[in-house]
Design a protein around this ligand. Structure first.
Ligand code: PM9
Length: 460
């Protein structure tokens, strides 16, 4: 008999949810221009928009916040954070930022010169924005399987070494700003890279003096999949696997709003003190003094505790990913097309497969996210053509292979019964899929358009 996992915590405080009617939700989604980012949270029942900053903090984190040292310079809370990052990730140089994109901004500014190329394993919206903003060109070198929602490859986040070698050969190693290696690749569906691949990429880059910078935002979940799926790691602790991932890099950007179990915060971590000096020079202009960056003392306290807590035992990540897999496997059982294997932070619905009557330019994922909201008040997010944006050179829409709706699970927030309600709603919507109409833009921001764009239904 297989034995169940259960959450390694109990609930001390609850937050009431609002129940709404279908009629109300139909009106609200119209008001929000069919963009789930523009809904008010009071109109949402189960909020699966993102796992970013939506975590429930522990009693230890809340009590640590009371110890926050709010000194402008040299706060004790900063040094606790430095120690936590060094102990858990092994990086010596810490540059604290307000969240992940603050770290991406600094990294891109110190390493990218106009015309440089940044190879990476699938784009992430804010990451690519900062790479392009600094004058770089992102080149996708992820393995082909990552673009196939049905491929069962256990490590769809892997970098294709032949693709990487080819772009290095084409432009020359000195025009490669760095390799941008995301752990548990978000837009591929929360898919991990194998330790073998992480090591091979680092070894290849070292021979050419190319830096490898991790996006370690979800490296914990990546470490869990390595433990579960890669030969030789079953008996290793998550903490030691996470450290081994970080050991094979020159630095990392981290949005602490995910793995690190806090509602706000992030950091850039580096090994090279000279690079860190450059980053700190910009930090004081864009974020704050080098001993707080973009965070208050209490934020740094909660973050230092969150970093230690996430690896304290393996039970936390096992139940976190276990809950995501529970939702994904329920949907699979009822024939809903989802990205497989089920990822670490959310279940990604294959909107292209679910709504074959819509072309990609009719924005099927955007329309599906709106339809699920109307059905049950469950809020997901589009991850397809709208998120992919336009090519800065041609101005044309990018057409990604993946046209997905992401149901992202916040950490330590919802119960298994919430997951049942979500699954029932998606199954119901799937049964009436042919009634879902396509959408068109009525307002399109110039960059990161998915956050604020507005849409209307295409007239019949
Ligand atoms: N990710 C997410 O919902 C929040 C904003 S985008 C909708 O998935 C990675 C892999 C992320 C990420 C944010 C950031 C940026 C960097 N890398 O949001 O600035 O998933 O803290 O981090 C979001 P910040």
């Amino acid at each position: 008999m297989t034995r169940s996992w259960a959450e390694p915590w109990k609930i001390k405080m609850v937050e009431p949810l609002t129940m709404t009617t279908r009629e109300h939700r139909e009106s609200e989604i119209g008001e929000a221009g069919y963009n789930t980012f523009l809904l008010r949270s009071d109109d949402v029942y189960i909020d699966l928009l993102t796992d970013s900053g939506t975590t429930a903090m522990s009693d230890r984190q809340w009590s640590a916040m009371m110890l926050g040292d709010e000194s402008y310079a040299g706060a004790n809370s900063f040094y606790k954070l430095v120690d936590a990052v060094r102990d858990v990730y092994g990086y010596d140089e810490l540059i604290p930022t307000h969240q992940g994109r603050g770290a991406e901004h600094l990294l891109s500014q110190i390493l990218i010169s106009p015309g440089d190329v940044v190879p990476g394993n699938m784009y992430f919206t804010t990451t690519r924005f900062h790479q392009e903003y600094a004058g770089g060109r992102f080149v996708d070198v992820i393995i082909d399987e990552a673009h196939d929602p049905r491929s069962m490859h256990p490590f769809k986040g892997n970098i294709d070494l032949a693709k990487l070698a080819s772009i290095v050969h084409e432009v020359g190693a000195d025009r490669i700003a760095y390799v941008s290696f995301e752990t548990n690749v978000n837009l591929a569906g929360g898919q991990p890279a194998s330790m073998e691949n992480i090591k091979a990429v680092y070894a290849f880059c070292r021979t050419l003096d190319i830096l490898v910078m991790l996006d370690a935002t979800r490296a914990l979940e990546n470490a869990y999949f390595i433990q579960q799926r890669e030969g030789g790691y079953a008996d290793r602790s998550i903490a030691s696997i996470l450290r081994e991932i970080a050991n094979n890099s020159d630095g990392a950007t981290v949005s602490s709003k995910k793995d690190n179990l806090v509602n706000i915060g992030g950091f850039l971590a580096l090994r090279d003190p000279d690079l860190a000096r450059k980053a700190r020079a910009l930090l004081v202009a864009f974020e704050g003094l080098h001993t707080y960056g973009g965070m208050s003392g209490r934020d740094m306290e909660a973050l230092a505790e969150g970093i230690r807590e996430m690896v304290h035992t393996d039970d936390h990540v096992r139940s976190r990913v276990g809950q995501v897999e529970y939702l994904g496997n329920t949907l699979l059982k009822y024939g809903v097309p989802v990205v497989t294997p089920i990822g670490g932070h959310g279940v990604f619905l294959d909107a292209a497969a679910m709504l074959p009557h819509l072309t990609q330019d009719e924005l099927p994922a955007q329309a599906l996210a709106a339809a699920i909201y109307v059905d049950s008040g469950v809020r997901g997010m589009e991850r397809g053509i709208v998120s992919a944006g336009r090519d800065p050179e041609t101005g044309d829409n990018r057409h990604p292979n993946l046209e997905l709706v992401r149901l992202t699970i916040p950490r330590r927030v919802y119960t298994q019964s919430h997951m049942d309600v979500v699954a029932e709603s998606v199954i119901e919507v799937c049964e009436h899929r042919e009634t879902i109409r396509g959408l068109q833009f009525v307002y399109e921001p110039d960059s990161l358009r998915f956050f604020q764009a507005r849409f209307e239904q295409i007239p019949v």
